[in-house]
Write a protein that binds this ligand. Structure first.
Ligand SMILES: *Cc1c(COP(=O)(O)O)cnc(C)c1O
Length: 358
């Protein structure tokens, strides 16, 4: 704490991202990155842009990328906002739609950045307890005073909430913004994007970090009513005219067009996920029903923290959250088949050792 810090700098409690160890031999199953590379067309587009135009500012309005995202979702460009990763879009949304005198609601077990932003921007919040089975209790989100935000599928639980429930939550908050953070939606059954035609209070936020294999490029976007989008643009233009650089714009445009490539790797990940869940079950794990590129699992005898530590010692990183209700769960990103085979090899070793020592 420095006496020079503003109240905001004193108050905030920064988000702690999953470890990024720079050892090539480490298998990273801890930050839900895609194990496959982005489309080769994305890399080519970035290289071409880098070779030509870096002396020029990028487009402040990012029109072409917005148009492409709009077309893909049957929307108009005015219904699309793009930002530097969906984390930035989320931060702008907190500033654009939530106020300091009205509490917002999000689940008690959820993406931990929400409470970080709430604190930074001094927005009070009510945390809604997930049900015993970790599903979202829709009624608890009705009639909020300041707005609602949750991921769908939820993170780190991986559980998907159906469109009908989301619709009800939107209907029961007619004067508040309901934000659906769809970071993992491409691994799930269906997006809530269709709701924005009928519900002017629904904002959908998506990212290219997970299903598009572009966590390193930092591109996220919001889809919603044109009035919501102009609110976001006002905040962004009061902060930084150029949140997306030229390379990010070029890469994102190419990614939007590489539909077959991404359908293919997404299907591969879903197949590996289903096989992984079956293998985990065989080994005595309970795995929550996942519609994401990760699983959330607990074991009847092996403590989660021990698993995390022992896997880390042997070169596999997974995520462990030392938080109430989930302190005996681990979150494991779905990697390639080979990476998951290595995980099972180590899990079997660890289980064997534990049975000798207990
Ligand atoms: C990964 C993730 C994000 C952030 O994605 P970026 O676009 O990389 O900033 C947002 N919300 C949830 C729930 C996530 O898991």
């Amino acid at each position: 704490m420095s006496r020079f810090w503003s109240k905001a700098a004193q108050r905030c409690e920064p988000y702690v991202p999953g470890e990024q160890l720079n050892q090539p031999e480490i298998i990273k199953l801890n930050t839900n990155e895609n194990p496959y590379p982005p489309s080769p067309n994305v890399v080519r587009a970035i290289e071409k842009e880098a070779a030509n135009k870096l002396n020029l500012y990028p487009s402040p309005t990012v029109d072409q990328l917005k148009k492409r995202i709009a077309d893909l979702n049957n929307l108009k460009s005015e219904q699309v906002f793009v930002g530097n990763g969906s984390d930035e879009v989320l931060a702008f949304s907190f500033m654009a739609f939530f106020d300091q005198d009205k509490p917002i609601r999000f689940p008690d077990i959820s993406y931990s950045f929400y409470s970080v932003y709430a604190r930074l921007f001094n927005i009070p919040h009510e945390s809604v307890a997930l049900k015993e089975d970790f599903t979202i209790p829709k009624e608890a989100f009705f009639q909020s005073s300041g707005g609602v935000i949750f991921p769908n599928p939820n993170a780190p639980t991986s559980i998907y909430l159906g469109l009908d429930e989301i619709k009800e939550i939107a209907e029961q908050n007619p004067d508040q913004v309901v934000i659906i953070d769809e970071a993992y939606i491409d691994f799930a059954s269906v997006s809530a994007v269709s709701l924005i035609q009928d519900y002017e209070n629904v904002l959908i936020i998506q990212t290219m970090s997970k299903s598009k294999s572009l966590a390193g490029l930092r591109v996220g976007y919001a889809l919603g009513d044109a009035d919501l989008i102009s609110g976001l643009i006002r905040i962004k233009d009061s902060f930084n005219s150029y949140t997306l650089d030229r390379l990010a714009i070029a890469g994102a445009e190419a990614a939007i067009q590489a539909i077959d490539y991404y359908a293919d790797i997404t299907e591969k990940i879903i197949t590996t996920r289903e096989w992984t869940i079956a293998e985990m079950n065989k080994r005595g794990f309970t795995v929550l029903p996942s519609q994401t590129n990760f699983i959330f699992a607990t074991h009847s005898t092996l403590p989660a923290e021990l698993l995390y530590q022992k896997l880390k010692d042997r070169g596999i990183l997974i995520r462990y959250f030392n938080k109430p209700r989930i302190e005996n769960y681990v979150r494991i990103t779905i990697g390639t088949d080979g990476e998951m085979e290595q995980l099972f090899l180590l899990l079997d070793q660890i289980a064997k050792e534990a049975s000798f020592t207990s």
